[in-house]
Design a protein around this ligand. Sequence first.
Ligand code: ARG
Length: 457
Amino acid sequence: MWGGRFAQQPDDAMQAINASIDIDKRLWREDIEGSKAHAAMLARQGIITKEDDAAIQAGLDQIAAEIVEGRFVFKPALEDIHLNIEARLTERIGEAGKRLHTGRSRNDQVATDFKLWTMRASREAGDGLRALQKALVKQADAHADWVMPGFTHLQTAQPITLGHHLLAYVSMFERDRVRLIGAALEAAWECPLGAAALAGTSYPIDRDATAHDLGFHAPAANSLDAVGSRDFALAALANLSIAMTHLSRLAEEIVLWTSPQFGFARLSDAWSTGSSIMPQKRNPDAAELIRAKAARVGADFAALNAIIQKLPLAYSKDLQEDKALTFGAFDQFALSVTAMIGMIETISFNREAMRTAAAKGYSTATDLADWLVRELKIPFREAHEITGRVVRRAEELGVAELAQLDLNEFQAVDPRINEAARALLTVEKSVESRDSYGGTAPERVREQIARWKEMFI
Ligand code: ARG
């Protein structure tokens, strides 16, 4: 394709380092779509004939069929998907095929194809998160009032509801979804096609037409920027990486909850693995792998960022490595989301174990302090002090839960504490009382669930 200037063939290793076809063949759909829009525009502008355009359109459709049916032979000697398709087109339709590359370059071609791919992949990643949100909301609905310990510093803090905990992730994934859609919209803003190699072209092309045909808002305003920039991919990877971070946190909780020490949850057989030597084991491998894949996706972002950082304008071949990183990140993400949906849909929770753990560590102490403030108008700091003494008393007596401590013991610390106060110190009463907007009370959790369900329609 560019051999005219050279007397010798490239070295084998030169070909090997240069070829990207094994990776970028995934762009075939976008490449054909872009070429079809380009050829149609060339014909409308009188740059190629209508007959040539018709031959190109038909030829590209046949190539698409060849690829779909697995009959297309991808050749590393032809470097990349762009040259592979163009060479095959010329093989099939002759002369007309050689006219397709008028007024464009592989530089604007690849930027356009890759943008189209990233736009679609980002939207699909968002759809994946939506499916995961639905699975989480379903579980939250089934467990809206199941009590579990809420942690800060991974120390028991206050009782919360499992529904509330699961919905925290639904909120996180909603922001991730919006960010991914944002990345897709941003990529759709400007179309690189027609920027040509770097400086634009002398042919009377219609860049508005190709931009709109391909679903972009407008043609890219600066040809150097159009061919030399990949921040659309960088933004997608950053957003993907943040979503992976959230998946990883949920995965981490699954690892903790399913450990025998916590015993809060059990993964289904389909999502557990055994040990070859310890027959009792049920390992959460998928959750652990999601944690690891989150690190990989973050590294993909860091690698692409580092590649772009030191490039002068406009295109440099370094940019060819953008696709392996981006495709890899989206693949790992899709697999992680699928696995997470599988785990969430089939995980079972142990109500008793969670409730017992929720009561441990005097988790309702704040409720007593709040009662003292509310009913006796004691300043909070003082209430904190009184409650601290009650907790110490319970600890001395080896009573594990404040709700089980004898009323006399409360009154020995402060005679104003009555049975009504003591009755509030169960974990159930505790979660019911936290009914401020966004709080953990089952009533509030059900409101959140209703709101999500409305959004999902
Ligand atoms: N395969 C190349 C890439 O992905 C296409 C652009 C090549 N351009 C060039 N001038 N060699 O970046």
